[in-house]
Design a protein around this ligand. Sequence first.
Ligand SMILES: [Fe+2]
Ligand SMILES: [Fe+2]
Length: 369
Amino acid sequence: MVISICTQGLPLARIPIQCYLNSSSKITLRSQKTHSMPPEKIEVFKSLEKWALQSVLPLIKPVEESWRPHDLLPDSTLSSDEFIDQVKALRDRTNELSDDYLVALAGSMITEEALPTYQTWINKLDGVRDESGSSLSPWAIWSRSWTAEENRHGYLLKTYLYLSGRVDMHMIEKTIHYLIGAGMDWATENNPYMGFVYTSFQERATFVSHCNLARLAKERGDLILARICGTIAADEKRHENAYVRIVEKLLEVDPTETMMAISNMMCNKITMPAHLMHDGQDPYLFDHFSVVAQRIGMYTTNEYADILEFLVGRWKLEKLDGLTSEGQRAQEFVCELAPRIRRIQARVDERTSKINHKFTWIFNKEVSL
Ligand SMILES: [Fe+2]
Ligand SMILES: [Fe+2]
């Protein structure tokens, strides 16, 4: 995979830099820019701490009121016979799930399981990182609480898939191992403006994809799995609200810098969190997983365009004023981007022909791409 770099929507370069995953991986990284936020902007985030305390931290759910993965899994505190009955019922339900759905669900779970990468990433953002590991800054409290809530997602889905017997856990665990080792390359440059734009988009994308997985599970008769995906989606929605609010506030206090950050992120294309996934065998694993996710309706390019349109509307970007001329160019680019994405995707769809592909996650069974 080669990732395009562009400015204002125009492709500038396709820079293949070999990632150090392993010799068979075809994944490449773009050239990496770091600490792009001017140091004086740190004061912007310091000045917003009181606001974050009042407007962001209330979106964390109190621990005592939070759901637990164990509440949605076979109850291991029951007698052995009763527990086994619940596991059998789970396996009967998951027997009805299609192979392509399992690929999509496994890919989603693997993405959640790379949480150490995401917590590392958020703590690399200038001006909002957790400096001590237990800092009382509202940004740090948010990042630790967000991580604690997210930590349940991968665990719950992984345990459910493990009990189903439908997936090759050895290969899935190997993929998680490779993925955490590889890290990520989201082009956010340690810049919290860009970082919070990324998380606004990404949390909404995971909300959409988990909702779609819930709907598909329901259609296939697994109502417990539908509830699990719906429960995770509700967390993602709350997290989306927090990040969207932060960017909204940044647009109010620093419109041009924030508009430039939105434009830069959209120009680079929002990279999915697990884009460096690898199973030791398929050099294009992430691309193949993405095609399955698109085809079964878990996450599509149209939804990517929908999310962009939603954020443009939510942040009132078309009406944003007080921008420099550079900011106005960025505004124009972002506000006109969604229809362009839809047109390009329609042309790609016309040319795409179906092939079959084997996924190690489901014992090398074939699904159509
Ligand atoms: Fe999550
Ligand atoms: Fe999330």
